[in-house]
Design a protein around this ligand. Sequence first.
Ligand SMILES: C[S@@+](CC[C@H](N)C(=O)[O-])C[C@H]1O[C@@H](n2cnc3c(N)ncnc32)[C@H](O)[C@@H]1O
Length: 244
Amino acid sequence: MNSFTGKRLLALVRGGDYAHAGEEEAIDRVFANLPKRSDQWLLDVGCGRGGTADYVRRGGWGRVVGIDRDGDSLAYARSRYPEVAFAAGDVREAPRLLFQRFALVYMLNAFYAFEAQREALAALRQVAEEGAELLIFDYLDRGGFQDDPLVVNGRSIIPHPIEREAICGKLAETGWKLVSTEDLHREYGHWYAALLSRIEARAPEVIAVEGKESLDHLRAVYRGILRKIERGLLGGVLLNCAAV
Ligand SMILES: C[S@@+](CC[C@H](N)C(=O)[O-])C[C@H]1O[C@@H](n2cnc3c(N)ncnc32)[C@H](O)[C@@H]1O
């Protein structure tokens, strides 16, 4: 759900400006062991409507900048969350667009959407401080997803999930190293089952705002994701990485 309309619909269903699995519970999980420091800069990559960036700022983890290539969502984010700075552009343009250096770079369900993951990681390394951390919270191909991908209305829904064999190489080639991984398969199952319940609970509002076709699309996407999770093809993971 990378389009402006898709993210707006998800915000309606989720009751907050989030387009990632698990909403605030997931953010708390990702940030659980991180120091809260008002003098550090954090970068939210693929920040969408800005809800996560503002949650992190309010939580006291530091000063937050969001970057996303969806200009409409960023226009919304700027007016809704004026205390967060937002930069409009592709992640690969981060070194040109951002003037801060970041102690923590994080992305929640954004990496899977990047066509050029290596270039993205290299660009993020350039804006990271020495010793910076990188957190990637995303879909994991648990084996077999690539051969049986989720396609809805002719579109690949999770085009580039994390692959265990490839990710270490991509990180190493771009100035990062993998420090630890946390498997979130069970949690992704719960979170997507809960999201499907919310979609049903809010179905009348979704139809009123975007029409029946959008509701059918939402159902197809999230039922499809849950089915892949239940079959063990798809999961979730948190990668904790460090700049080298
Ligand atoms: C599923 S949304 C997640 C948004 C946000 N992280 C959240 O949790 O609500 C993925 C986001 O990545 C952004 N995105 C995809 N490819 C990008 C790229 N190459 N550069 C910057 N942003 C990108 C999309 O516009 C979208 O807002």
